[in-house]
Design a protein around this ligand. Structure first.
Ligand SMILES: CC(C)(COP(=O)(O)OP(=O)(O)OC[C@H]1O[C@@H](n2cnc3c(N)ncnc32)[C@H](O)[C@@H]1OP(=O)(O)O)[C@@H](O)C(=O)NCCC(=O)NCCS
Length: 179
């Protein structure tokens, strides 16, 4: 199916919360911090950071299906920190991550942020660089030497126009929407 709409919002049901945790656990923790990795630690869905009201847990929906997750932590100094950015396996590489990141930037801007900070895994470095992130250490950034702290400064009005991958107007020619 071709996604009819792409949205970023808070989970609204126990099913959406379950997808939020499953995608993060599977696409991030098991991949980068799983058993046998140097930086092993267990995914904890009840981590206190998840219930901090300044931290916004969000799901990315293609139609009614949750295909991605991000947490946006709004800091008092006009920074937003993006945490655990993931598109579910099977949906990766179709431009959906790019759309989710654009919607996340708009969301952060709406909450008063002028700077976005995150820790990139090397696999995703090119993905962030293409979206205007540059390497820079930031207050509270990772001490894990395998990750790359990056920053993006937001200037000008938000990019309200978001293209559905593979559809008319999509600047990434030749992309197919996830089947
Ligand atoms: C990184 C990620 C969010 C990007 O979303 P996406 O929908 O795959 O990305 P897009 O299709 O919009 O953009 C494609 C770019 O993302 C990167 N990418 C694609 N598949 C990827 C994958 N499986 N893992 C990491 N990066 C990937 C590539 O740099 C690709 O660039 P290319 O087209 O020049 O090869 C997604 O691939 C993902 O969830 N990966 C696993 C979890 C992860 O690494 N999260 C980032 C933590 S900092």
């Amino acid at each position: 199916m071709r996604p009819r709409s792409l949205k970023l919002r808070a989970p609204r049901s126990s099913r959406e919360w379950a997808r939020y945790h499953t995608i993060r656990k599977h696409c991030l923790f098991e991949k980068y911090n799983g058993k046998g990795t140097q930086y092993y630690f267990e995914y904890d869905p009840d981590h206190p950071d998840e219930s901090d009201p300044a931290n916004h847990s969000l799901v990315f929906l293609a139609g009614r299906r949750v295909v991605g997750t991000i947490r946006i932590d709004i800091k008092p100094d006009s920074r937003a920190v993006f945490r655990l950015v993931a598109i579910d396996e099977g949906w990766q590489g179709h431009g959906l991550g790019t759309v989710m990141l654009t919607l996340a930037e708009n969301y952060a801007r709406d909450w008063g942020a002028d700077t976005i900070c995150l820790n990139a895994v090397p696999d995703a470095w090119r993905f962030y660089a293409r979206q205007g992130f540059t390497p820079e250490r930031w207050a509270g950034c990772t001490a894990n030497p395998t990750e790359i702290p990056v920053v993006k400064h937001l200037y000008g009005p938000s990019n309200e126009e978001v293209f559905v991958p593979g559809e008319r107007g999509d600047p990434r020619a030749g992309l197919q929407a996830a089947a």
